[in-house]
Design a protein around this ligand. Structure first.
Ligand code: DAT
Ligand code: MG
Length: 143
């Protein structure tokens, strides 16, 4: 297994619930290191660009409206198999189908307001990290 980087977003619903710290604790307990982080209130253009792959989906407008409804916390997570480890921590897209003990099962109520985003593969992880962070904003924590 390789050391990977993945992009994580704590979405407006979870920021509003004040559970950033609880979610960060789960990352840390799973062996993921936060190597970059910032709180942002996304513009419509930023949210549309980030979710461009979903542009043709019927839920696109609602998704963008939700993502700009309040601040988000954006972070780069690094660790062994980080992309899949984070997806496992998140649980299924629809919180009603998410396994017990996952972030979405515990902190989200509906598929359209589901607490977290996580990159779904190596290519998207790279694109998504680059979408939000410059190389200077990402820290080396190998020591
Ligand atoms: P994930 O966030 O688990 O990677 P995705 O990439 O398929 O899921 O979709 C991106 C986001 O779009 C998802 O987190 C919430 C929203 N979404 C997906 N499917 C939806 C649906 N059927 N109804 C409403 N929103 C949906
Ligand atoms: Mg996705």
């Amino acid at each position: 297994m390789a050391i990977e980087r993945t992009l994580s977003i704590i979405k407006p619903d979870a920021v509003a619930k004040n559970v950033i710290g609880e979610i960060y604790a789960r990352f840390e307990k799973a062996g993921l290191r936060i190597i970059a982080a910032k709180m942002l209130h996304l513009s419509r253009e930023q949210a549309e660009g980030f979710y461009a792959v979903h542009q043709q989906r019927p839920f696109f407008k609602d998704l963008v409206d939700f993502m700009i409804s309040g601040p988000v916390m954006v972070q780069v997570l690094e660790g062994e198999n980080a992309i899949q480890v984070n997806r496992d921590l998140m649980g299924a897209t629809d919180p009603r189908k998410a396994a017990l003990g996952t972030i979405r099962a515990d902190f989200a109520n509906t598929v359209d307001e589901n607490a977290v985003h996580g990159s779904d593969g190596l290519e998207t992880a790279k694109t998504e990290v680059d979408y939000f962070f410059s190389t200077q904003e990402i820290c080396n924590r190998t020591r």
